[in-house]
Design a protein around this ligand. Structure first.
Ligand code: FAD
Length: 322
């Protein structure tokens, strides 16, 4: 077992290590959006088309049977893994190479659950993020919401065909299936798996780094720009970094197209590195046989400080370009 002291993250990287429930992060962002007069939030509304001109861009939005058209300076496609904006951009806008097709099959499945802390023994409630590694799978758990719940994520090697038209977020996972996948694991891991009230599961995919994130007045952000596997827990973090960079670069007095190009130039190298490193991390986490033995040996022998130093490139905060 290796224990890494993350309580000095602020000292080491310039920011504390925080764990937040997705819904709580959404709520915090929503509260900031509500304070901004310049932002209008249109829920349940899809971008259904866009046409980029020299002076501005026209966007067609669809809400049920209603359609509305808007004109603006630019379109930021922050529409996730299955990005409509990305698909249209690579298909129709000039100068965008290679369509980025989503794979028909996933190599991994993620299983997630929240367990009430009171249903678990104190060992699982410590303010620690715990990572278990095993052949073809790994398991992560940590407390959230002031320690009232424990978040559990299990990622399994699993070749599954994906129906991209389905709602991939809400598939139920079968308790017996996951229990059998972890049947030979340590007793504590099995206890945790057995304590889950229910599971949700979905396939995990990524893409190779895109050759281009912008075309004229259109730019991609977040998973639309760099869908990555969650082995470094960085997808949302990178989306937020994209947004910070874009916010720092865009200004009313600056021309749009060069600003968007500058945003992509500033962000792509780092996001690409995180995307590819996440993929590699997955292969290392799920090793089996002799390679797993040597991985574990190296992890046990590694000095915790030196181990953390390997992540300096990822976590050290840096000033945003102005
Ligand atoms: C198992 C798992 C664990 C993860 N763990 C972490 C973690 O610990 N840390 C981390 O940082 N990241 C993590 N991630 C990654 C993270 O969830 C994503 O990277 C992040 O949600 C991407 O944010 P996004 O805003 O780019 O896209 P999304 O969150 O997918 O949001 C896209 C939005 O666009 C909307 N949309 C789609 N199409 C349209 C359209 N045509 N018009 C209008 N709107 C549209 C969607 O409804 C959605 O609201 C994890 C992912 C998985 C699967």
């Amino acid at each position: 077992m290796q224990l890494l002291p993350l309580d000095n993250a602020k000292q080491r990287w310039g920011a504390p290590c925080l764990l937040i429930h997705r819904g709580d992060l959404h709520q915090a962002l929503l509260e900031r959006v509500a304070q901004q007069e310049a932002i209008t939030l249109a829920l349940d509304t899809d971008i259904a088309g866009f046409a980029s001109g020299h002076e501005d861009i026209e966007i067609v939005a669809r809400r049920g049977l209603l359609r509305a058209s808007y004109r603006g300076d630019c379109l930021i496609g922050a529409d996730g893994l299955r990005s409509f904006v990305r698909e249209r951009m690579v298909t129709f806008l000039p100068g965008t190479p290679q369509p980025a097709r989503l794979p028909a099959k996933a190599r991994y499945t993620a299983w997630r659950t929240l367990i009430a802390a009171e249903d678990l023994s104190p060992a699982f409630r410590k303010p620690e993020s715990v990572l278990w590694l095993g052949p073809g799978a790994h398991l992560v758990h940590y407390p959230l919401r002031g320690g009232s719940v424990v978040n559990v994520v299990a990622v399994l090697d699993d070749t599954v065909a994906i129906d991209w038209s389905a709602d991939l977020w809400s598939a139920k996972g079968d308790q017996q299936e996951i229990a059998s996948r972890f049947a030979s694991w340590h007793r504590e891991a099995r206890t945790l798996i057995g304590a889950a009230p229910e599971w949700r599961k979905w396939p995990l995919v990524d893409l190779d780094p895109l050759p281009q994130w912008t075309a004229g007045r259109v730019a991609l952000l977040g998973d639309a720009a760099h869908p990555m596997l969650p082995f470094l827990a960085q997808g949302a973090a990178q989306a937020i970094e994209d947004a910070a960079m874009l916010g720092a670069i865009l200004a009313p007095e600056k021309p749009i197209e060069p600003s968007l190009a500058a945003y992509a130039a500033a962000r792509r190298p780092r996001a690409n590195r995180v995307q590819l490193s996440s993929r590699r991390q997955g292969r290392i986490y799920h090793l089996g046989g002799p390679l797993a033995y040597f991985r574990d040996l190296a992890l046990q022998k590694e000095n915790p400080r030196r181990f953390l130093a390997r992540y300096d490139w990822l976590y050290r905060t840096r000033p945003v370009v102005k």
